[in-house]
Write a protein that binds this ligand. Structure first.
Ligand SMILES: [Zn+2]
Ligand SMILES: [Zn+2]
Length: 561
């Protein structure tokens, strides 16, 4: 989907001493975050993530940011900064590295470890890595980067301050302001204040929860709820959460230990990520607590906990297969408890409710966000954003990370605190910071890039439209063989249909009108196969629309013999 800004055109050259900001994804959607900064003919990229397809993207595996705008300039990229290890921030990195393999990667220890595992899966060799932590200052070309600790739903997330000759940008990445996080690592508001004193010229802020009033509930409030669930459960416990939510997994491990249960991980990404988090010290695992899933199955149900992926109803995930009773060794039983300790990402509702219904049908007790406090968001609510604006006192604000409604709500918050210049930009819209003022100066083409099986970018919106029509309306094909000399029909019309009507007789009424229309066209001198096909398409199209109120895909084929 391209974003509608017909009034904007390709921007002119960046004025000397100016900083250009261009998002190639993430503005106008939750996902595929990627922002490009340009100063003095050099580029810096912050994040390179994926967007997960929804039901109206049939067959699509992933959606990438559109690299087109910088494809010819990849050799000017000084570094790719990764703010944290979520897929919507790191997931498209392998695809960018396929185009230039030696872009230096900059991120925290956990972020780069999670990315490293992903690169190995893509069979990409390790590139230049710069492991950074809060407080570090690094220079890449004309960009001086300073990293600031932020609190989010994955450990080791960073905000980044970018200093250039045009001024200072502060990019929050994804963050919230949990004051009692499990690891004690809070969003560093003192650093925000110090940078504010120095002068933040452009503040890019996470918009995800800008519409939510007040403050995001602390993670610690979930702990007693999980404890109650463990207390009440007499059978097996299955907890589904994001495979990157180390602290949620920590809460489950602690509860399991306290209640004398053993734990097994189910799902490839859960097993992989938790091994990384444990090895690096982000996850504390009591000795002997973790067993493999087959070992766990030998224990009494009341001694078992499974921590699984699939909290978004992903059809191939462990939890979906468990709900359909078609998992290799986990068979859901009456008396089991399933906890969905995760948010419900918009677009996934149907899939998640299908899983909940499936589990309930087999007698499981399903605990989810809708009936218990088993999840809190990883993003700052309106109250937290107001604090940030008041502490940082930025000259210009540009909301990022959100659908348009989230970004508009965030812009309104900034204005309320007295920020005079708030720039609303969607994907592809180009913003220049010149003489301390940020403004929209144009746009570059920025579409969806679909990964479909092994192809990248071959599937377009129009292919997806075809898939949707095929999925919803079926198709009708009409084959006619015509004598190329006389124009007479030699054979056909042969009509085949799928997903439209199974009864052959349905088409009896349309055969003669097709013949009549073709003969009329030939009599008028039409002799090329394409035009004759169009004649068939119109005739059949009018008929299905009138007689059946349907719009299937119509595939006419005229063969000249
Ligand atoms: Zn995130
Ligand atoms: Zn994100």
């Amino acid at each position: 989907m391209s974003h509608p800004h017909p009034e904007l055109s390709i921007p002119g050259p960046l004025p000397e001493g100016g900083l250009r900001v261009m998002a190639l994804g993430g503005l106008g959607e939750i996902g595929r975050n990627m922002t490009v900064f340009e100063y003095d003919d050099r580029l810096l990229i912050v994040d390179c993530g994926v967007l997960f397809p929804e039901e109206h993207h049939p067959g699509v595996d992933l959606i990438l940011p559109d690299f087109d705008a910088i494809r010819d300039r990849l050799d000017e990229v000084e570094a790719l900064v990764l703010t944290h290890g979520h897929e919507d921030h790191i997931g498209a990195t392998p695809y960018l590295l396929r185009e230039r393999g030696d872009i230096p990667l900059v991120g925290s220890e956990l972020t780069l470890a999670l990315l490293g595992a992903k690169l190995r899966e893509h069979r990409l060799r390790e590139t230049v890595h710069h492991v950074v932590s809060e407080g570090d200052v690094l220079q890449f070309g004309p960009f001086e980067l300073e990293f600031v600790a932020v609190n989010h739903s994955i450990p080791d997330a960073l905000a980044v301050a970018i200093r250039t000759g045009a001024g200072m940008v502060l990019h929050t990445g994804d963050f919230k302001m949990d004051q009692l996080p499990l690891d004690g690592r809070i969003t560093d508001l003192r650093a925000f204040a110090r940078l504010g004193e120095e002068g933040v010229d452009l503040f890019l802020t996470d918009s995800t929860n800008a519409e939510v009033p007040g403050f995001t509930t602390p993670e610690a409030d979930i702990t007693p709820v999980i404890d109650r669930v463990f207390n009440k459960s007499e059978g097996r416990l299955i907890v589904a959460c994001f495979a990157s939510h180390v602290h949620r997994v920590q809460q489950i491990l602690d509860a399991a230990e306290a209640h004398g249960r053993k734990v097994a991980y189910v799902g490839r990404s859960m097993v992989r990520n938790m091994a990384i988090a444990r090895d690096l010290g982000y996850l504390t695992v009591p000795p002997g607590l973790i067993v493999d899933a087959k070992e766990l199955a030998d224990l009494a149900p009341e001694r078992q906990v499974l921590i699984s992926t699939g909290s978004q109803g992903e059809p191939l995930s462990a939890l979906s297969r468990i709900a359909q009773r078609n998992h290799n060794f986990v068979h859901i039983e009456k008396g089991d408890t399933v906890v969905l300790a995760s948010s419900l990402i918009p677009g996934n509702e149907n899939a998640v409710f299908r899983v909940i219904n499936g589990l309930t049908r087999w007698g499981a007790n399903v605990v989810h966000k809708g009936n218990a406090l088993v999840h809190v968001s990883g993003h700052a609510s309106a109250g937290e954003l107001l604090y940030c604006y008041n502490i940082v006192k930025p000259r210009n604000v540009m909301p990022v990370h959100g659908e348009i409604r989230h970004m508009v709500a965030n812009a309104e918050l900034a204005r309320k605190t007295g920020v005079e210049n708030v720039v609303l930009a969607e994907d592809g819209v180009v913003v220049d910071l010149v003489d301390g003022v940020a403004k929209v100066v144009g746009k570059v083409p920025c579409g969806y890039v679909f990964v479909d099986g092994t192809t990248i970018g071959d599937i377009t919106e129009s292919s997806l439209k075809d898939r949707r029509i095929l999925g919803e309306e079926g198709f009708i094909s009409i084959i006619v063989v015509i004598d190329s000399n006389t124009g007479k029909i030699v054979s056909g019309p042969e009509i085949q249909a799928r997903g439209f009507a199974e009864d052959e007789a349905t088409f009896d009424t349309i055969r003669q009108p097709i013949i009549d229309a073709l003969e009329a066209a030939v009599a008028e001198g039409v002799d090329d196969a394409y035009q004759l096909q169009q004649t068939i398409r119109r005739t059949v199209g009018r008929w299905v629309n009138r007689a059946h109120r349907r719009r299937p895909m119509i595939i006419p084929v005229v063969i000249e013999a």
